[in-house]
Design a protein around this ligand. Structure first.
Ligand code: ZN
Length: 99
């Protein structure tokens, strides 16, 4: 697993804000789903969360798509506290674990 997906341009499925993955907030460690790497991202513009899938299919075709997540009744304060704990250093650790 490499970090090139961090430079993928992703578009928010809610407000159409588009930027590189690294410009979105990563809400939890990326995980593998079939041949995809799934990132749980939060849009900095509208604050909505969504899953970003990226990967290469067994046929060699590059795939990426986003999936909306139903909002949960979590207070904004709780989310902010959790987000602060996520830094790029933490991300690098996650990526090493995922290798
Ligand atoms: Zn958005």
């Amino acid at each position: 697993m490499n970090v090139t997906w961090l430079r993928q341009v992703v578009m928010c499925p809610y407000c159409s804000f588009s930027a590189e993955v690294s410009n979105f907030k990563l809400r939890r460690a990326p995980w593998k789903f079939r041949f995809y790497t799934v990132s749980y991202l939060q849009c900095l513009k509208c604050g909505c969360s969504f899953n970003y899938y990226t990967g290469t299919s067994p046929g060699g075709k590059r795939c990426e798509f986003t999936s909306r997540i139903k909002p949960r009744p979590t207070s904004r304060r709780t989310i902010k506290t959790k987000d602060r704990a996520v830094s790029l250093i933490t991300l690098e650790k996650w990526l090493k674990v995922a290798q």
